[in-house]
Design a protein around this ligand. Structure first.
Ligand code: SAM
Length: 513
């Protein structure tokens, strides 16, 4: 908690709720539209100042379960101009399931300019409510750490925390480590610390990037969250840029509702295209579909449909890459490190250098005119160790573009596309499937590509990965058909003159059923 000097405090008690003005949020939202465009971009990203639009804030407040508590203590860390607290108060005054007699808000906001707006918003609108509020100017991470030994007091928390990497040597990282919280981003730190300040049974709703759901860096955070709280609801926006569209934030966000110390039961998963929530779809899923009991990494899946995905159900898709004797690596050529060895066009003494731009569907176009980088890498002692022998490989782009409907886009590299080339350079924006650092049998390369390009695989991938990236680790984590089935699929795929999505999906389903 901040010192008195660092705090703005005010109390307003009074008035019966029927007389209260509702829709406090509307005022906060018009303030957001005025204030947000004036924040300099560098400040916005340094402090992660992406404010929650009113429809999203209102939806978040609606996710809290009804409560018969008399006294509510609400935490709003990184409060900005107060949209989330206002949405929470609106739900209360609107008579929608909150029976509190009093609400005590504790808000943290590090930016003095926003703090002024925040106290004006809370002050102006809460003077008629039995609400007391307190705004702290302290850094929430430091303040929460100081309070870690104090009795837990919050019954509710609502947050849209800042998103920013935490440097491994920073004071934040050190403070968090001392509290047993190993995490790499401010958003997960805010969630973990808020949880540690909440009473058993406390309810939290947070909008955060989806990146914590998978990947090794967020593993300790997933453990922390799932050990201390029960996951009750997850909401996903169908498109990556819908939650904060005014700020042009291109990132998949998820809204989670968790209960501190709760016993884990089924999880409600909802989806909507955008923040109008017009096409809201809601399903309940058993927890073992969200976190697979056999998964040591505790990935959090977000099912997109009520039934199990055909990949999950299929007995024919059970092999790991190591069962198959196949390796997956990120393209070893990091072009800016080998800049001096890159040539625009192939000449004597160079080998092909392959970027995602060389692949369109199943065709390889190399060399390619107008490529930003080059088409070839000089073969010498410095470059040789980053090359693979020419052969058949399956490649998957690491970054899908915004327009692309699929996350996983796989292509086949054929040796005869590079006549006379002894080696190939795969640039870092590609993932490469290989067999002990050499090419794959032809049919296997085609089979892998067809399998990876199926709708079922893409759908399954999206359940655990919300990144715009497809990393080698993600592809290593997935399950595949056995080698025989992949080869059969590859032979079939190679025979087709035209290969449509429907044909791939039908064949994959038939072979792996
Ligand atoms: C993503 S914005 C969200 C604001 C508000 N909760 C909303 O939903 O509109 C995060 C806020 O956290 C504040 N912030 C960033 N780092 C902070 C810290 N270490 N302690 C307290 N507040 C911080 C930023 O200034 C920013 O206003």
């Amino acid at each position: 908690m901040g010192s008195a000097k660092n705090c703005t405090e005010a109390h307003g008690i009074g008035m019966r709720q029927e007389e209260l003005p509702i829709r406090l949020l509307d005022h906060a939202d018009s303030l957001r539209r005025t204030v947000a465009p004036r924040i300099a971009l560098n400040r916005k990203s340094a402090l992660g100042q992406f404010m929650t639009p009113a429809p999203v804030a209102r939806f978040m407040a609606s996710l809290f379960p009804p409560s018969t508590l008399e006294a509510c203590a609400l935490l709003d860390p990184g409060a900005g101009i107060g949209a989330l607290s206002c949405a929470f108060l609106d739900r209360w005054t609107g008579g929608n399931g909150f029976g509190f007699r009093t609400v005590e808000i504790e808000a943290y906001e590090i930016d003095p300019a926003l703090r002024d707006h925040l106290s004006a918003t809370l002050g102006r609108h809460t003077e008629h409510l039995p609400v007391s509020w307190r705004i702290s100017s302290d850094d929430f991470i430091e303040a929460a750490a100081l309070r870690s030994m104090a009795p837990r007091r919050f019954t509710h928390a609502i947050l849209n925390p800042p998103y920013k990497k935490i440097n491994s040597l920073s004071s934040h990282r050190l403070i968090l480590r001392q509290l047993g919280i190993e995490t790499v981003n401010l958003y997960s730190a805010f969630v973990a610390l808020s949880l540690s300040l909440m009473k058993a049974g406390g309810q939290m709703v947070a909008i955060i990037p989806r990146s914590f759901c998978n990947g090794p860096y967020y593993r300790p955070f997933r453990d922390f969250l799932l050990q201390r709280a029960a996951l009750r609801h997850m909401h996903l926006f169908a498109s990556r840029n819908k939650a904060f569209k005014d700020d042009d934030v291109l990132q998949e966000n998820i809204i989670i509702q968790v209960e501190c110390g709760g016993i884990q039961g089924p999880v409600t998963v909802s989806h909507s295209t955008d923040d109008s929530f017009a096409d809201l779809i809601t399903h309940e899923h058993p927890f073992d579909r969200i976190v697979f009991p056999s998964d040591p990494e505790c990935f959090i899946h977000v099912p997109t449909s009520p039934g199990r995905n055909s990949i999950e159900l299929s007995h024919g898709v059970r092999s790991t890459l190591s069962d198959l004797g196949i390796g997956i690596s990120t393209g070893p050529v990091v072009d800016f490190r080998l800049r001096d060895h890159i040539e625009d066009q192939p000449t004597n003494g160079t080998v092909p250098l392959l970027y995602p731009g060389h692949f369109t569907g199943q065709t390889t176009q190399w060399p390619k005119e107008g490529l930003k980088r080059g088409n070839a890498l000089r073969l010498n002692d410095e470059t040789r160790k980053w090359l693979l022998p020419n052969g058949f490989y399956t490649v998957v782009r690491r970054f899908s573009s915004k327009e692309e409907t699929r996350r996983i886009v796989a292509s086949v590299v054929r040796p005869d596309a590079f006549p006379g080339a002894q080696f190939l350079g795969f640039e870092n924006h590609l993932n490469v499937f290989h067999q002990e650092k050499s090419g794959l049998p032809e049919a296997l390369a085609y089979g892998l590509a067809a399998f990876l390009n199926s709708t079922a695989v893409d759908e399954n991938f999206r359940r655990f990965n919300g990144h715009t990236q497809v990393n080698a680790a993600d592809l290593r984590f997935m399950k595949y058909p056995d080698r025989r089935t992949l080869s059969k699929l590859g032979e079939w795929a190679h025979r087709q003159h035209v290969l449509t999505q429907a044909m791939i999906d039908e064949k994959v389903e038939k072979l792996t059923r």
